[in-house]
Write a protein that binds this ligand. Structure first.
Ligand code: ADP
Ligand code: ZN
Length: 306
């Protein structure tokens, strides 16, 4: 049962393959949770509405709903397109008013951000970033994405960042690989180091490549190059690496070593009492980061702080 002493919120993790809906307290108990496949917008959003109807009948009304959405999505509050899905290959979803539809479905104020920014909020406040205001969260899975928290605020410009498409140098050992990014082929880190890139490069699922396979030396190089770029742009105190590919725990020491080599002494970590073991760290919340972060986003939306 819901605890009337604490405000509780709704969360929607809107993914390309599945939606997860939840009711609960940020970092606390979940009162209800459901997940279902992403199909047409009409069908999927009707299931979201059903969830909130039933869950709120049982537990009472939520104070607000937070949405972590697949992208691209318009995330600038105040813009005419705020909360809508932007131009996307998932054509049926293009232009869908995710924020308005879900807010109406739940009968509550709603706030929206990208799935990766919402996971960043979860990890920063309840996972591997606790205690720091300058944190980067990277997911290495079907795609690569990252959210940047600087001074306690998520970084945006005219749109949300697209860190997965940062360009990274390709070593000679990988010269023959064409890459998999539809836009940049082998020039961006998603094209070279996402799960599908590993699959294309080595002809087998990344999960079945043994730790001693040469794939991982290259992978560590690409992820280290990404980390160097993120480090040099925003000087985070934590770079949290999550997503399916990072289940390969042996990657962490390799990424740290490659990062040190790429930086070549340029950043004086000792002067800031920073250990690399403490800078590049695994995500702690796993699959729960999205829901926990969405609850945090909902709570933020009810605060006057903007
Ligand atoms: P998504 O990015 O779609 O949300 P995941 O973060 O689980 O989902 O990433 C899926 C990708 O991670 C797939 O490309 C898969 O091959 C890869 N992957 C999953 N488990 C492992 C593993 N144990 N080792 C390496 N790669 C993995
Ligand atoms: Zn790209």
């Amino acid at each position: 049962m819901s605890n009337p002493q604490h405000a509780f919120y709704g969360a929607v993790e809107a993914g390309g393959t599945k939606f997860v809906c939840a009711l609960g307290e940020p970092g606390g108990p979940l009162y209800a949770q459901a997940s279902f496949a992403t199909t047409t917008p009409e069908e999927t959003l009707a299931r979201v509405a059903d969830f909130f109807l039933e869950a709120q009948m049982r537990h009472g009304p939520v104070a607000a709903v937070g949405i972590g959405s697949f992208g691209p999505v318009h995330v600038r509050p105040g813009s005419a397109q705020y909360g809508r899905i932007a131009r996307t290959p998932k054509l049926r979803w293009e232009g869908v008013d995710m924020l308005g539809e879900i807010g109406r479905a739940a009968g509550a104020r709603a706030a929206i951000d990208t799935d990766v920014n919402v996971a960043l909020l979860g990890e920063a406040r309840h996972g591997a970033g606790v205690g720091y205001d300058d944190v980067v969260y990277v997911t290495v899975g079907t795609g690569i994405g990252a959210g940047v928290l600087a001074n306690g605020r998520i970084v945006y410009g005219f749109a949300h960042p697209e860190v997965g498409h940062i360009h990274v140098p390709k070593p000679a050992a990988d010269a023959a690989f064409a890459g998999v990014c539809a836009f940049h082929a082998d020039r961006c880190v998603e094209g070279l180091a996402s799960g599908p890139a590993l699959q294309a490069r080595w002809g087998t699922d990344a999960a079945s490549l043994p730790p001693e396979h040469p794939a991982w030396t290259l992978q560590a190089h690409y992820l280290a190059a990404l980390c160097v770029n993120l480090l040099l742009v925003s000087a985070p105190r934590r770079i949290i690496l999550g997503g399916g590919v990072m289940a390969q725990a042996h990657l962490f020491p390799r990424v740290r070593t490659a990062l040190r080599e790429l930086l070549n002494g340029y950043v004086d970590f000792a002067a800031y009492a920073i250990e690399l073991d403490d800078l590049v760290v695994p995500a702690q919340l796993g699959g729960r980061a999205g829901v926990i972060g969405a609850l945090e986003l909902a709570r933020d939306s009810t605060n006057t702080r903007s």
